[in-house]
Design a protein around this ligand. Sequence first.
Ligand code: TYM
Length: 334
Amino acid sequence: MLNGNKMLFSGMQATGTLTLGNYLGALNNWVTLSDEYTCLYCVVDEHSITVRQDPAELRKRARNLLTLYIAAGLDPEKNIIYYQSHVPAHAELAWILNCFTYMGELQRMTQFKDKAAKHADNINAGLFTYPVLMAADILLYQSDVVPVGQDQMQHLEITRDIALRFNNLYGDVFTIPEAYIGKVGAKIQSLQDPSKKMSKSDENANASIYLTDDRDTIIRKFKRAVTDLEACVRYSDDQPGIKNLITIYSAVTGKAPADVEAEFEGRGYGDFKLAVGEVVADRLQPIQEKQAALLADKAYVDGIIKTNAERAEYLALKTLRKVQKKIGFPERIR
Ligand code: TYM
């Protein structure tokens, strides 16, 4: 039923509307890797509450995200697709790992610093220990590989540090995970300011392609993307806007950046932007349609949610029990 002996774990937050950055940096690679590993793809709803959420909206977004995973091509029979909050072992292991993580390590996390600046009225302890919950997600399943975008690298490094620290004390309890960063698409930038990453929390809706955008909106946003005066489709750091568009085109079509340059040699930015918009719209449209069909099929999706949480829990408990034993918690008598 599951694919390989090696384990893969990844997740996304059910916060905001997902962007093309999430798709190209993560989801798209997940689909490619899913044949090679036993994969867990988690909707990390517990991470989401580090920022205040509207309850009804969070529930809706979590279901949208779970169905999006499937609509994007992840088979819920071959992969374990589930909600983090349905498997209590995540939170239990996170508590234990909190006791093996130093304040100084967490203080260095750039995502914490960014989010604390953005949500100055709600710098809660969960926001601070967020990476520890992430470490628990990954280590619970003895994950060998964790496909993520560039912005999650620091969290992967702290996960490895925590795992090594624990293993040094108690023997080889955890597999030390490796990040998998895709060759293209690991860092998709804003369409309005190519020095910033494309982010679901950007206030300017034209800066991001949302996975829910329709064809006309996608094409309009690409037409408005910030470029430069060079008038030459070249993959260069001197042309960050065009470089970002080439990256997007490459990630969607699978063509190497040099081949994209050749394809658009002598052609204007108008042509190129339209072509990028079209390939992105062509890719997203069938996913949106499949997702809508899944959301309409409540019984099917509920069935997946139930069985997959059970499958995840079975694997998670194996690690959690081992950890509890190692650190000296009393034996369970039932
Ligand atoms: P999240 O929800 O912010 O993002 C989900 C995935 O999308 C990637 N990503 C991008 N990739 C390329 N370009 C961009 N502009 C871009 N924006 C986002 C992210 O790198 C990520 O892979 N903490 C994680 C969720 C998480 C997790 C985990 C991931 C919780 N536990 C365990 C892996 C393993 C997060 O907030 O991702």
